[in-house]
Design a protein around this ligand. Structure first.
Ligand code: OGA
Ligand code: MN
Length: 286
């Protein structure tokens, strides 16, 4: 018997808030199935008021696929690599002895989908709020099913078989930086329209931060189309803005949502703990 959990929509756009489950304890199989189905139905789940260790969060991540819980890779100079390691990360602007303790430190961040630069992107990402500034630092989630479905049929037909090149450059703040990106940065090709394997629904798969261009079409036409689709997918009617509270645990589906972050005061601390979830059959290296 699945435990009685309470599911409330977070917004008309996407997301659900889940109460009545204590994630410090293991979750039985029926409840796991219920949570996974709820995740597929709502794309973003928030579990408020959870008091979780890293181990609890990784066990939670493992309910949704293969939690990326390997050890962090240490560099020879003994500093943790800022990107690319598997396992737990902090998303934080906090510095210790002048060194950032986390990744993605500052202010605003453009819309993107985690791991889109990999052939097998992260299925999901989990973030757990430890320190939250008094204002700003919201995470925005956009519903890429809804964005796809709202396109005119002529656009749907035009983009059905297009393939994009996606590049990893989380530091980029301007699209021109991404386009000019160093050729050694990790990259992959993806269909612009994908079918979600669990829901069977079609979704856009593109983002302003990571999608570089569309292959096999004239570059200026491709760029115009991309800019139009970025603007479309970021329209307020497809976006939910999450105002974090300490002890919120969120999991989002990278296969049908994008996320971004709003600016926050640089003199305030923001710290979240992050584990990604990979497809079970994905290769284990970066
Ligand atoms: C991430 C990310 C946004 C945020 O962890 O992948 O994009 O709001 N985080 O910190
Ligand atoms: Mn991200």
């Amino acid at each position: 018997m699945a435990m009685t959990i309470n599911i409330e929509p977070l917004s008309p756009v996407l997301g659900a808030s889940i109460q009545g489950i204590d994630l410090r304890n293991p979750v039985d199989l029926d409840s796991q199935e219920l949570l996974y189905q709820t995740f597929i139905n709502h794309s973003v789940l928030c579990f408020p008021g959870q008091e979780l260790t890293a181990k609890d969060q990784l066990r939670f991540a493992n309910l949704f696929g293969r939690g990326d819980g390997g050890d962090r890779v240490k560099r020879r100079d003994n500093k943790q690599r800022r990107t690319g390691e598997r396992g737990m990360m902090y998303v934080s602007n906090i510095r210790e002895n002048g060194q950032l303790i986390g990744v993605l430190p500052d202010g605003e961040m453009m819309f993107h989908s985690d791991g889109a630069h990999r052939e097998s992107p992260y299925r999901a990402t989990t973030l757990y709020a430890i320190k939250i500034p008094s204002r700003g630092g919201n995470t925005l989630f956009s519903n890429l099913y809804a964005a796809y479905e709202a396109l005119p049929q002529s656009t749907k037909d035009k983009i059905e078989n297009l393939v994009t090149r996606v590049v990893y450059d989380y530091e980029a703040v301007d699209r021109a930086d991404t386009i000019a990106a160093d050729p050694v940065l990790p990259r992959a090709q993806h269909k612009l329209v994908k079918t979600h394997p669990d829901s069977g629904r079609k979704t856009l798969y593109l983002s302003r931060l990571m999608t570089q261009d569309i292959i096999d079409i004239e570059p200026s036409e491709g760029e115009e189309l991309l800019l139009e689709l970025f603007d479309h997918s970021e329209k307020p009617e497809f976006v939910y803005s999450h105002e974090w509270r300490v002890d919120d645990l969120i999991i989002w589906d990278n296969r049908c949502t994008n996320h971004a972050r709003t600016d926050f005061p640089p003199d305030e601390q923001r710290m979240l703990r992050r584990y990604t979830v990979s497809e079970p059959e994905a290769p284990t290296q970066f």
